[in-house]
Design a protein around this ligand. Structure first.
Ligand code: ATP
Ligand code: MG
Length: 405
């Protein structure tokens, strides 16, 4: 929205600060252009024009949907802060002061401070000098206001950049992290539990684009259990620019394990099979890592000895973002990202059917191998991968439009 007054154009826009991205030196362009693409995809339902430099991104929204745009931007990693601001095509302090005064006409406040940032070093005044000059001007021109540098009701941010200056009064916290895809792809083992969606969220935060993998065992696991996973994948898709979900039918493998292998080793062997399948799907889909929600000591299959026996069947790195988190810490993130309520719905997962009374907590690799040789697991794995289902969920153009209605 442009307003023209006495020769200067003042335009309302959204300003984005990148945060941790600015520590990247030679790669910074990749990070910023990826962020721009991600924002464009997220905002595909809005008429928006995006420009950027190494310090800021500027979004011009061609209608007045600032609130809706901001709620979408709060789901984009790589954004440190979001501001609704005004761009003035001038660096002249006299003009800036007049425009500021007109902006403040409708803002009730009694105490204030001015904070100036001057990235254009050709300006011959320091930031502090500019702040005090602008502050002094406001004191002269507005009644009953005073400066409070510690707890002001209103902070006036003034940024002087190349040929433009920017005014804003409030900053909204973004999610931080890196833009999705800047660090490549990973394969998330996504169950219907509390942990794996949280592990996924934390991994996306570090710039890894996720595909997800769910093992189902119909008829032992229900359609409701699968729907729960679809709902969780959709929640994650908000941060991931949609998500590809691989659904593996695990029934034959699980039944073969149950019928042929001593029960204390059921879970260990089942998880070794899951890892093998995850590694194959990861490599077929260009994923450099597997991600899961394991947490040290949480259950028998997550003791250090168990993790070693399970991990040794694959070469691909396994990232366990929750390895050292307490359950309560995990739950508090699950609530924040709104996956908790879905995760606690009471449908059986393939890990919770066929649970042995006394699962081994110190499994031995040699024993695992001996037991595995009792079943034709390579054939079973090949078959289930060949037949597996692939779904694309969330954040498509149509869904973004639907969300706005
Ligand atoms: P909970 O919150 O109940 O612990 P969970 O999903 O973490 O749920 P675990 O038995 O602790 O369940 O499993 C450890 C990890 O293994 C999960 O976080 C998930 O990454 C993976 N996993 C377990 N079951 C499945 C499944 N059916 N499909 C895909 N991944 C699974
Ligand atoms: Mg768990």
């Amino acid at each position: 929205m442009k307003e023209k007054k006495e020769g200067i154009t003042m335009e309302k826009l959204i300003i984005i600060k990148y945060g941790e991205l600015t520590t990247k030196k030679e790669n910074i362009n990749l990070f910023i252009t990826t962020l721009k693409q991600n924002i464009k995809q997220k905002l595909c339902a809005f008429p928006v024009d995006i420009k950027f430099d190494k310090g800021r991104m500027f979004l011009r929204i061609l209608n007045e949907d600032f609130e809706k745009v901001i709620s979408q931007l709060k789901e984009v990693f790589g954004i440190h802060e979001i501001m609704i601001g005004y761009e003035l095509k001038t660096l002249e302090l006299e003009q800036i002061k007049q425009e500021l005064l007109s902006l403040l006409e409708t803002k009730p406040f009694q105490t204030f401070k001015v904070e100036t940032k001057r990235s254009n070093k050709k300006i011959d005044k320091t930031s502090i000098e500019i702040s005090s000059e602008v502050g002094g001007f406001l004191l002269k021109n507005k009644k009953e206001i005073r400066v409070d540098v510690h707890h002001p009701e209103l902070t006036i941010y003034l940024e002087l950049r190349n040929n433009e200056s920017y005014l804003y009064f409030e900053t909204i916290k973004g999610l931080g992290g890196y833009p999705v895809s800047t660090l490549g792809k990973g394969m998330l083992m996504l169950s219907g539990g509390i942990d794996s969606p949280v592990a996924g969220y934390l991994t996306i935060k570090r710039g890894v684009k996720l595909e997800a993998l769910y093992f189902e065992s119909p008829p032992h696991t229900s359609m409701e259990a699968k729907n729960k996973v679809l709902a969780l994948a959709k929640e994650l898709a908000k941060y991931n620019n949609e998500i590809k979900l691989h659904v593996i039918n695990f029934t034959e493998i699980q039944e073969a394990i149950y019928k042929n292998i001593p029960h204390e080793y059921l879970i260990t062997i089942m998880r070794r099979m899951m890892y093998r399948i995850a590694e194959i799907l990861a490599s077929k889909n260009n994923c450099k890592i597997i991600v899961n929600g394991e947490s040290i000591g949480q259950v028998a299959s997550q003791t250090l000895t168990s993790m070693k026996a399970i991990n040794e069947v694959v070469k691909i790195p396994i990232i366990r973002p929750l390895a050292c988190f307490d359950k309560l810490e995990i739950i508090s993130i699950a609530k924040k990202i709104k996956t908790y309520e879905t995760s606690i719905l009471p449908y059986e997962d393939c890990c919770t059917i066929f649970v042995p009374k006394h699962p081994v907590i110190n499994p031995e690799s040699k024993t695992c191998q001996e037991y595995e040789n009792l079943i034709p697991y390579k054939d079973l794995i090949y078959k289930t991968i060949k037949e597996h289902e692939i779904l694309k969920l969330g954040n498509s153009k149509e869904e973004n439009f639907k969300n706005l209605l």
